[in-house]
Ligand binder design. Structure first.
Ligand code: ARG
Length: 407
């Protein structure tokens, strides 16, 4: 499979990119949780077991699972000249501006993490000041600084591979993230889409150096003609304008309509995929808080290289039915029970990963929502989720499909 092919949310899933959580989770501390976008500290060995169970469920369904860290290591193994360039960029983007620290960190990594994959994993995990050789520098900052501070911050959200880049049909958007903590995550995708033999040459619709924020959790492929993007806490309208322009002007793209859903800008609604996720030809799971009229902007090409925009104010059900091409059923998280809905929404009850129409991976802990899905005839593949859920993302957030078969 060369390149990417994702023209729906439900077509038979053939290939997916995951990241197995690693030592970056060990660098979460109570005082950094908020900044690192976690609500609690997962227990790493169990988080890894759960993640392996997720990968095995997908393999059992005939999906090829590839890991972000392996793709990145393959890039650097094939082109060793990129290793130092990557390290320099990573160190710079970690906020290191002095030559002295740049050199200390480079030496430390090169002598302790010579293997490419080890090095890649280390850049994800972060570096604590204590790990570095203690130099007698006579710099005041070294004498007074807190010995346990992180010199290079960890990237604990990397296991949410949905967000730093996102497939749009046969192309990709390399995103600029909303938060400081997530912005370095996109370096890996940038290298992979520039240099990995399986992905290089993929049309790119957004660049990590572009000005406005956009995250993959807001990008949903409805079908080969229609793309939905959330205007949210994480995604600015200007980024959607830019994507619309680039997608419409790419002759290889079949997308002729972009729907921008204006969703509340809050952490509970974080991304469009926390609000609704497609699970079958005619079924979506939804956040119960989104019922009622919603502002949706329909963006289409104006025929002169620009775009035209039509604003609509309608129920989600009506809008989705129209673009999906048949009556759709919205299944609220937690069924009708308010407390269950709130509890399970908190653990991403409506954030499922569709493997093929009507078959979805779900968190086992959302048993009320899962029962509702079973009653609707949906085949739920339940994965353990006690620890992974602490990062506030479900099976959709933890996966980036690279290939889906046509419906
Ligand atoms: N596509 C998603 N809903 N991703 C969830 C990401 C969760 C992550 N802790 C963040 O705040 O960024």
């Amino acid at each position: 499979m060369q390149g990417v092919n994702v023209k729906s949310e439900i077509g038979n899933l053939k290939k997916v990119i995951l990241h197995r959580p690693g030592d970056e989770l060990l660098n979460l501390t109570p005082s950094t949780l908020e900044e690192l976008l976690f609500d609690d500290i997962p227990f790493l060995p169990v988080a890894q077991e759960e993640h392996d169970a997720f990968a095995n469920i997908l393999r059992g369904e005939g999906v090829e699972v590839v890991y972000l860290e392996d793709l990145m290591a393959e890039v650097l193994d094939a082109k060793p000249e990129l290793r130092q360039q990557f390290l320099d960029q990573w160190i710079y983007e970690a906020g290191i501006r002095t030559d002295m620290y740049h050199d200390i960190i480079t030496d430390y990594i090169n002598s302790n993490y010579a293997g490419t994959k080890d090095m890649v994993m280390k850049t994800m995990a972060g570096i604590n000041l204590q790990e570095l050789p203690q130099k007698d520098t006579h710099l005041l900052v070294d004498m007074v600084s807190d010995r346990c501070k992180l010199v290079c911050a960890p990237m604990p959200n990397l296991y949410f591979t949905r967000d730093p880049f996102a497939m749009i049909g046969n192309g990709v958007s390399i995103n600029r993230m909303y938060s400081v903590t997530r912005n370095r995550e996109t370096i890996y995708g940038d290298y992979i889409f520039k240099y990995h033999p399986d992905f290089a040459g993929t049309p790119t619709y957004y660049d990590r150096n572009d000005t406005f924020h956009i995250e993959g959790g807001d990008i949903l492929n409805i079908n080969e003609h229609v793309l939905a993007i959330g205007i949210s806490q994480r995604t600015e309208p200007d980024a959607i304008d830019a994507i619309a322009h680039n997608v419409f002007n790419d002759e290889t793209s079949t997308i002729d309509t972009i729907l921008a859903f204006n969703i509340p800008s809050s952490r509970a609604f974080m991304h469009l995929d926390t609000v609704f996720t497609q699970i079958d030809y005619d079924k979506f799971t939804i956040h119960p808080g989104i019922m009622g009229p919603l502002t949706v902007f329909e963006i289409t090409p104006d025929g002169k290289g620009g775009t035209k925009i039509r604003e609509r104010n309608e129920d989600l059900e009506k809008v989705l039915s129209e673009y999906v091409g048949q009556a759709v059923k919205l299944i609220p998280c937690g069924g009708g029970d308010r407390i269950a809905a709130e509890r399970e929404q908190w653990n991403d009850g409506s954030n499922t990963l569709c493997v093929r129409p009507g078959t979805v991976v779900v968190y086992q802990r959302n048993n009320v929502t899962n029962d509702v899905l079973y009653k609707q005839g949906i085949n739920c593949l339940e994965m353990p989720s006690a620890e992974l859920s602490r990062g506030r993302g479900g099976p959709r957030c933890m996966s980036m499909p690279a290939w889906r078969e046509a419906l």
